[in-house]
Design a binder for this molecule. Structure first.
Ligand code: ZN
Ligand code: ZN
Length: 243
């Protein structure tokens, strides 16, 4: 947005809460009520995929969830700011439609907390791609909106066009992890000429469910020579088996 227009809008529109739209002091904040009801992801978590764990074994040095035990993802580590619930849904909604820049920078700040180490180590921030048809339907790739906001916030390099989704996949809802992997196989690949060799890539998305999409992206990036792939999302489905 042009600075003058931004200035005019800022002086007309009061800053509003990321989730409910109530007035707050500064843009990109949650109001007190939403802050107290927001479900931030807290330990214990799976060391790999970041899913919240109900309990951990006493004295265990590493914690790996059953899904990662059964199938080790191509990404190293995934982390999220919030559990995916009604509050998180409300926060993601503005990214899909219309003016999202204020919301995106606030959400990027929430993602920075769990993602700080991964962001610092990353050579490239890459959004999970949407298929062109779905992009036209939705108008915005919310993963790209978040990746742009994170790149602005942290100064990390941005690779908006590194991955391509070649075909529209069926809705993944209702499929288990293995079915999702099958559905996604070969649907996502590296854009021709994209250079990720030796790079530490941080994949960005709005929501992670089973991690099948992130895994497929990581497979493509690793095949392209990426040294390591990590994943940072705004929200995480806390129990993907129940989805
Ligand atoms: Zn609120
Ligand atoms: Zn896991």
């Amino acid at each position: 947005m042009k600075p003058l227009l931004r200035w005019v809008l800022d002086s007309v529109l009061p800053p509003s809460c990321l989730a409910c739209g109530e007035a707050v002091q500064t843009d990109g904040q949650l109001c007190l009520k939403c802050f107290s009801t927001a479900n931030f992801v807290t330990a214990p978590l799976c060391d790999c995929c970041g899913v919240p764990l109900p309990f951990v074994m006493d004295g265990a040095k590493t914690h790996i969830c059953a899904a990662c035990e059964a199938f080790s993802p191509a990404f190293e580590m995934a982390r999220a700011a919030l559990r995916y619930d009604e509050t998180a849904k409300k926060m993601i909604l503005p990214l899909k439609y219309g003016d999202q820049s204020e919301a995106a920078s606030g959400l990027a700040r929430l993602m920075r907390r769990p993602g700080e180490a991964m962001l610092q180590a990353a050579n490239l921030l890459v959004p999970v791609p949407l298929h062109a048809a779905r992009l036209r339907q939705r108008r915005y790739n919310q993963a790209a909106v978040l990746a742009i906001a994170l790149a602005r916030l942290t100064g990390r390099p941005l690779g908006l066009d590194v991955l391509r989704r070649w075909r529209a996949t069926r809705k993944l809802e209702g499929l288990n992890a293995a079915e999702r992997r099958d559905e996604l196989a070969d649907a996502i690949s590296l854009r021709r000429g994209a250079d990720v060799a030796g790079k530490r890539v941080l994949l960005i998305d709005d929501v992670m469910t089973t991690g099948a999409t992130a895994n497929q992206c990581a497979v493509a990036l690793r095949e392209g020579g990426a040294a390591q792939v990590d994943v940072l999302t705004l929200a995480r489905v806390a129990d993907p088996r129940l989805e």
